[in-house]
Design a binder for this molecule. Structure first.
Ligand SMILES: Nc1ncnc2c1ncn2[C@@H]1O[C@H](COP(=O)(O)OP(=O)(O)OP(=O)(O)O)[C@@H](O)[C@H]1O
Ligand SMILES: [Mg+2]
Length: 341
């Protein structure tokens, strides 16, 4: 690496952006910006923007990334510029910035071009792309170039990506990309609270907390994991006067809310497995590796293991596996054929 070059590995997620530099996490923040309603100026980005939201009515929040892609290029440029400024350091001499970005394997040139341009605006002079399933394999500590197949399931905020990768490549038929994940789980819980208990229909922060506290992919958790009902309070709108109502939610009813999403993911996994009978034995022996925040849902690996009769493992640090693998890929930019410049 040249003296004045800095290398960044970026996982630009719908909910979270993670950046590694020199093998370490240097940024892990929500992918959001807050903008002043009157002036249109950026007030804050990432974590600060999130806290800002709760205290001010002057600002609106924008999520520039939707379904894993840049949906609002102007906001994405502003967010990335601030993120890059945070991690670049404050030296007098500006380093040459080189980045590797993980993108869904199915992204076309246009989607990549938009990310490339936004990173260019943020000051990055050289951009490489890596397909997300390959970065996951690297992040899990495996060799993606080996002829041994690896099956990965990344359940993110708005996307779920399922792939069997072999010799650094993922065959089209051994791949699925569906637009579901943690966000849909949260909105199903919020809908349940509105329809069954009369709560306000947009209690996303509360619904997200319920998902993390008592969310379960199984309706029958083992006895030692049996969860206590969880009490939530919120504005109750089914009365003449809005008032605060408290209810106790059980993990069983939350599991029922999450069922349609888990069935969608199961269906996609099944299709990928059915398309690769030649790899069955190997996948049965090694298991399937899960990454992304959605894989932290309680009981999810047990559920899929039972359903497919194959072990499903959750990565040690599922929220960072993609960025970690992307960082490892930076060491092999001349060597890895899956990297695209
Ligand atoms: N303990 C948990 N239980 C259930 N869900 C969780 C947990 N922790 C985080 N999540 C969910 O994980 C999601 C974020 O995961 P992640 O950071 O992998 O998404 P992303 O990479 O930003 O999105 P995408 O890959 O779709 O672009 C959020 O929906 C969050 O609510
Ligand atoms: Mg992701």
């Amino acid at each position: 690496m040249a003296f004045f070059t800095q290398e960044l590995a970026i996982d630009l997620g719908t909910a979270n952006t993670v950046i590694f530099k020199d093998g370490e996490v240097v940024l892990d923040e929500p992918s959001i910006i807050s903008v002043n309603n009157e002036t249109g100026k950026v007030v804050d980005v990432g974590r600060e923007a999130l806290s800002e939201h709760y205290f001010g009515f002057m600002h609106r929040m924008i999520s520039p990334i939707r379904y894993g892609a840049i949906a609002d290029p102007e906001s994405a440029c502003r967010m990335l510029r601030r993120f890059v400024r945070k991690v670049r350091g404050r030296g007098i001499i500006r380093p040459h910035l080189r980045a590797c970005v993980a993108v869904p394997r199915c992204f076309d040139e246009k989607a990549k071009r938009t990310i490339h341009d936004a990173l260019g605006f943020a000051g990055i002079g050289e951009v490489h792309f890596i397909p997300r399933p390959v970065s996951e394999i690297l992040g899990l500590g495996f060799d993606p170039m080996s002829s041994h197949p690896h099956m990965t399931v990344d359940i993110g905020h708005e996307t779920t990506e399922i792939a069997i990768t072999c010799s650094g490549r993922t065959n089209e038929s051994h791949y699925a990309f569906i637009s579901t994940g943690g966000a849909e789980m949260t909105s199903n819980i919020s809908f349940h609270m509105a329809t069954c208990y009369g709560f306000h229909s947009n209690m996303m922060a509360t619904a997200d907390m319920i998902k993390r506290k008592i969310g379960s992919a199984l309706e029958d958790l083992p006895e030692d994991e049996d969860l206590e009902p969880f009490e939530v309070a919120g504005p109750y709108l089914n009365s003449d006067q809005p008032k605060i109502k408290k209810v106790e939610l059980t993990y069983h009813e939350i599991a029922t809310c999450l069922e349609p999403i888990l069935l969608k993911i199961e269906h996609a996994i099944e299709n990928v497995l059915n398309a690769a009978p030649e790899y069955h034995q190997s996948i049965e022996n090694d298991g399937v590796w899960m990454t992304g925040g959605g894989s932290l849902l309680r009981g999810i690996s047990e559920r899929f293991s039972r359903k497919f009769n194959i072990p499903f493992h959750v990565a040690d640090d599922p929220l960072k596996a993609v960025a970690r693998g992307t960082c490892l890929a930076l060491d092999g930019t001349d060597r890895y054929p899956f990297l695209m410049r």
